[in-house]
Design a protein around this ligand. Structure first.
Ligand SMILES: Nc1ncnc2c1ncn2[C@@H]1O[C@H](COP(=O)(O)OP(=O)(O)OP(=O)(O)O)[C@@H](O)[C@H]1O
Length: 695
């Protein structure tokens, strides 16, 4: 079924991405139509162009545009190791010729044997020589293949690591809004570069194999006086290629649209690890099974096979039947010819044609298959190289930060009519609305407000993780955009719930707060003390050198269920993870922030609710230690808990729905009885007030 570009999802299905909007807004896609198809439980949307000619033209344009990238790929790989590159290339050339060579030698041997049998005088020496030559060649082919595979494996490691590094550099360069932007998403990896190179080599090898085999077969056909044999061999691969139907190289999107299957998946998910406690305490077991059964009965035998396979597989038997018949065509052709022209054909000729035709058909199949992959690979290569051109959304300025005269002062801010909405956000209204605010350098600011009121957003803007959508942000009296971002980042500590522990040792997890002193254990231990992380680190066998969350890249075979097996015990030792609690994670992250103070460059400390998992004492200690290091720094705290901090704050900013509803010191705000701050404060104070015992 073909539908216009504004596809509507099936009624019982979840919303699909906004394909319609994309196809309408971009002139590049104006002739795109979307075909819809139901494949078992899947709804499949395939984008095609209205005219086949236009499609071919587009493909050609894409290939042309990819040629410079293809050249760069080969140049880059050649640059990584010239010797390995040449060896792999030579081994591929050899692979392209070996089939034809072996085919030629087999033919020669069969012909010598046949002449000996017909004349009744076997030419022992010739047969022996032909056999030795064939065996020698077989051994050389096997040896060169082995060698080629080894070279290829070595080149593969170099290529994957090289392109992974290139992509890592790009990803590290990208700022937050650019990384969140779908058009800048990097979906390729180092392995894709290698796969593309390997597939292209396979394609070129197949071209060589096919051509060289055709030369040998044509030669044989000339000897037998039958020039049409090659054409007979070509019919099946050409038919298969013309009727080839696969999704691999198409722009498509598939989603599970069957509500019964979705229901079954939800029930399965509830049984999974994450919901264990809820399911047990809620006694949901029997209900889950009952619901799963009901959905399964409704689903019946509707296929849940991957849409890729369902699409690939022919819906009628016509194609597979015709293909099988065409597969036997060379044999039928030989048989008919042997009957019609018995003098031209011999058993050896039939055997030779039979084996060479199946080799040729196989090579042609590979050639067409790798041809289909070719375009996909060109696309991956283009994507890898285009990542270099991704421009950051946040512009970098040229002015160094801080200026010499403000080097010992905290960062000051001025926000003028500042509005912000998150890129791609579907929410009505802005996350921040026309905010006007001044923050004096060195002051202690506390931001409070309800969930979603814009507290974290405001500190993200101040830390230059995002740029305002409109309005102005001034830092130390100059436009924020004029400063060199690296300088601003070096002067900022951002401690939030977003901070994670790294898959490194405890020492590095803390030390990385200040790159120049990563290995200075004295400073690391001091920071751990300040962050309140000393106690739990000291309880670990390997202390600060204990690795955290290291990605365990292990493979085990046939060990499942053999818990007493000595190898299982080894595996357990290697895979044993060190788990730390939520509160311990926050302590460790806080220690990293204290380590950052050692750089001596910090002018701004932003603390965004990093203490939700800390016990009351831990939180108080953390805030006190941060305040101890306050000199020469502006400190901004985002919190839901009133009390300790708000009472000491120079300014309390109370946020509501993206606006500043109130601003001032604690006493001033409390005097405004109907105000947002006093309301929130009183709710918390009331919650802790002593309740009279109920009768
Ligand atoms: N990454 C994001 N993408 C889109 N919208 C976002 C994103 N982060 C926050 N928002 C939206 O922006 C608004 C302000 O969010 P923000 O995180 O600043 O609130 P908050 O006051 O810090 O909330 P909380 O107290 O729950 O942490 C909310 O409506 C939120 O849904």
């Amino acid at each position: 079924m073909i539908v216009a570009a504004d596809v509507k999802p099936a009624q019982d299905a979840p919303e699909t991405p906004d394909t319609a909007e994309k196809t309408k807004t971009s002139s590049e896609y104006e002739d795109v139509v979307i075909e819809e198809e139901q494949l078992g439980i899947y709804r499949l949307l395939v984008a095609t162009t209205k005219s086949t000619r236009r499609q071919y033209q587009k493909n050609l344009e894409e290939i042309q545009a990819s040629i410079p990238h293809l050249v760069s790929l080969f140049k880059d790989i050649y640059g990584l190791s010239q010797s390995l590159f040449i060896c792999v290339l030579l081994s591929r050339v050899w692979q392209g010729l070996e089939d034809a060579l072996l085919m030629h030698l087999s033919t020669r041997m069969l012909r010598v044997i046949e002449v000996g049998l017909i004349t009744g005088k076997p030419f022992a020496a010739e047969v022996l020589w032909a056999m030795v030559l064939r065996l020698l060649c077989t051994a050389i082919v096997a040896y060169l293949r082995w060698l080629g595979d080894r070279y290829q494996a070595r080149l593969r490691s170099l290529v994957t690591a090289h392109f992974e590094l290139t992509l890592m550099e790009v990803k590290l360069r990208l700022d937050v809004p650019t990384s969140l932007d779908a058009s800048s998403k990097i979906d390729v990896s180092g392995s894709d570069a290698w796969n593309a190179f390997e597939d292209i080599m396979t394609y070129l090898t197949s071209v060589l194999t096919t051509l060289s085999q055709m030369v040998v077969i044509l030669r044989q056909a000339r000897i037998s006086g039958d020039p049409f044999f090659v054409l007979v061999c070509l019919i099946k691969p050409i038919f298969a290629n013309l009727t080839y139907r696969a999704l691999w190289e198409k722009v498509c999107y598939a989603y599970v649209s069957n509500i019964d299957y979705l229901r079954m998946s939800s029930m399965q998910a509830l049984v999974g690890g994450g919901f264990k406690e809820d399911v047990l305490t809620g006694d949901l077991g029997a209900w889950i099974i009952q619901e799963y059964r009901a959905a399964r009965d409704k689903l019946g035998d509707i296929s849940n096979e991957s849409p890729f396979w369902q699409y690939y597989r022919s819906s009628t038997p016509f194609k597979p039947v015709v293909e099988s018949i065409l597969d036997d065509l060379p044999m039928a052709y030989c048989a008919v010819n042997a009957v019609l022209y018995p003098s031209r054909f011999s058993i050896a000729s039939i055997a030779i044609f039979q084996s060479s035709s199946s080799s040729l058909r196989y090579s042609l199949d590979t050639l067409f298959r790798s041809g289909h992959e070719f375009q996909k690979n060109l696309h991956s290569i283009k994507e890898i190289y285009s990542t270099r051109n991704i421009r950051n959304k946040i512009m970098d300025g040229k002015v160094a930060y801080p200026s010499a005269e403000k080097a010992n002062e905290g960062m000051s801010f001025e926000l003028k009519d500042l509005t912000f909405s998150y890129p791609g956000s579907h929410k009505k209204g802005n996350a921040l609305n026309k905010i006007n605010l001044s923050i004096r350098g060195g002051s202690l600011v506390v931001i409070v407000g309800a969930n979603g009121s814009g507290k974290s957003t405001i500190v993200r803007i101040l830390s230059r993780l995002f740029d305002p959508t409109s309005g102005e942000l001034m830092i130390d009296g100059s436009k924020a955009a004029d400063y060199h971002i690296a300088g601003l980042r070096q002067a900022t500590v951002l401690l939030s719930q977003e901070n994670k522990i790294y898959p490194l040792s405890f020492a590095e997890n803390i030390g990385l707060g200040h790159l120049d002193s990563v290995h200075d254990m004295e400073l690391v231990k001091k920071a751990a003390e300040q962050g309140g992380a000393t106690e739990f680190i000291s309880k670990l066998d390997t202390g600060y050198s204990t690795q955290l969350n290291q990605s365990a890249d292990t493979i085990s075979m046939n060990l499942h269920g053999k818990n007493d097996h000595p190898l299982h015990k080894e595996m357990e030792k290697l895979e044993k993870a060190v788990n730390i609690s939520g509160g311990e994670t926050q302590r460790l992250v806080a220690a990293r922030s204290f380590m950052r103070f050692n750089s001596g460059k910090i002018r701004l400390v932003v603390v965004d609710e990093p203490s939700s998992a800390l016990d009351a004492e831990g939180e108080l200690q953390l805030f006190n230690r941060l305040l101890e290091a306050r000199e020469g720094k502006t400190m901004i705290f985002v919190t839901h808990r009133f009390g300790h901090l708000t009472k000491h704050a120079d300014t309390i900013i109370c946020m509501k729905d993206g606006d500043i509803s109130e601003m001032g010191r604690h006493d001033e705000l409390m005097r405004n009885e109907g105000g947002e701050y006093s309301k929130l404060y009183n709710i918390q104070a009331g919650a802790f007030a002593e309740q009279p015992p109920t009768a």
